[in-house]
Design a protein around this ligand. Structure first.
Ligand SMILES: [Zn+2]
Ligand SMILES: [Zn+2]
Length: 390
């Protein structure tokens, strides 16, 4: 190591480093403890419940609510998420979101706190060994102006100690402290850290090929849905990470279920056409590198299927709405005109239920237009680059 390199090396953050090493050693010693003193079903259940609550408080609370503001909620719920999030020992939500906002804004550069270009270990945990304390005055205003976030920041240490160690000790004694406290804590740490390391390693980038983030469904299974990280970096404001209906994303389901009860609202989601358009962009970019003719053909098949499904939906809709017979052969402009006329008609009649239906039809027609344009773009692109067999 040269003198200048060692001179610029940031100082070690001893409290964080000692905490990480100590809890890791503690977790590794647990099997020995369990061997001599046994383990009860209660301790295991408590640890699993604690893992889920503290882990989800990070994904739903720290990440999607605080850092990305992808939905809104009642203050009591935010307070609960901030308190239970403290049990994950990942710093206050203010510190966490401060780092995370810089990660999104400066991904894969020197200013990215967990820059994967510095290696898997650095992105996973190495960065924490030299992590500087945040300067509150320099943190984004949407964080520092939130009284609940600031309250948790000021009382973070006692909150973390009580939620992480005192409560498991009180519920299940030393065995509970060991398993639901220390072992669970180390597991939650690695589950979050894997998003910074493993979810930035690989090649599956369906939405944004220019960043290191990847979609990894396997990782999503034990990170409460955060494994769909390429989608997340493409659309960070979307409350969903696993955007497909079947995609494993318990954080998304929790937010959606809470929205049904009224304690959560304002769920932000990307329109399916924007999402689809981004996928086409990605595929076209991939094709420009002449790596994926097959992928572009798959995209075209996907687009065609999407259009067929959209047209079917319009037909179904039109059958329900008697006045609106929309044969698929009708020109798009004509479709738009008829739907627009129908909207005006229903507005005049003030039939709210029917208006909702016709608005859905209008939305479908617009989606259909977008999909057709995308398809035309792909076909045009293919023809221009001459990759389609004559
Ligand atoms: Zn990331
Ligand atoms: Zn994020």
């Amino acid at each position: 190591m040269t003198q200048s390199a060692s001179a610029t090396r940031p100082p070690v953050n001893w409290p964080t480093s000692i905490f990480i090493v100590a809890t890791t050693i503690g977790a590794l010693l647990w099997p020995l403890y369990a061997y001599f003193y046994g383990v009860t079903a209660g301790e295991i259940v408590l640890a699993l419940v604690y893992y889920s609550i503290s882990g989800m408080s990070i994904t739903v609370g720290y990440h999607r609510l605080v850092a990305h503001r992808s939905f809104q909620c009642r203050p009591w719920l935010k307070t609960v998420l901030l308190v239970t999030g403290s049990a994950a020992w990942q710093g206050s939500a203010l510190e966490w979101a401060d780092d995370h906002v810089r990660h999104h804004a400066n991904i894969d550069t020197e200013l990215d706190p967990y820059n994967i270009k510095k290696g898997f270990f650095h992105a996973h945990v190495g960065w924490l060994f030299t992590k500087r304390d945040i300067v509150v005055e320099e943190s984004p205003g949407f964080l520092t102006s939130d009284p609940l976030i600031m309250w948790q920041h000021r009382h973070y240490l006692p909150l973390a100690i009580v939620t992480s160690f005192v409560v498991p000790l009180a519920i299940a004694g030393i065995g509970g402290l060991f398993l639901a406290g220390v072992v669970r804590l180390v597991a939650v740490h690695h589950s979050t850290w894997l998003i910074n390391s493993w979810a930035h390693t690989g090649s599956n980038r369906p939405y944004n090929p220019s960043v290191s983030a990847v979609d990894n469904w396997f990782l999503a299974f034990f990170t409460f849905g955060e494994g769909y990280h390429n989608y997340h970096h493409a659309f960070p404001g979307d409350y969903r990470n696993g955007v497909a209906k079947y995609a494993w994303d318990p954080s998304k389901w929790t937010i959606w279920l809470l929205s049904r009860t009224g304690v959560v609202w304002g769920l932000r989601r990307i329109s399916p056409t924007v999402q689809w358009s981004r996928r086409v962009d990605t595929l076209v970019t991939a094709e420009a590198r002449t790596v994926s003719f097959k992928a572009v053909m798959a995209a075209r098949a996907g687009l065609e299927a999407r259009i067929r499904r959209t047209e079917t939906r319009i037909h179904r809709m039109s059958a329900r709405i008697k006045d609106l017979q929309l044969p698929s052969s009708v020109e798009l402009a004509e479709l738009r005109r008829r739907v627009s006329d129908a909207v005006a008609d229903w507005k005049a009649k003030r039939g709210d239920k029917d208006l909702l239906r016709i608005k859905r039809a209008q939305e479908l027609v617009e989606h259909l237009a977008a999909y057709r344009e995308l398809l035309a773009r792909v076909i045009d692109h293919q023809n221009r680059v001459g990759m389609i067999p004559a």
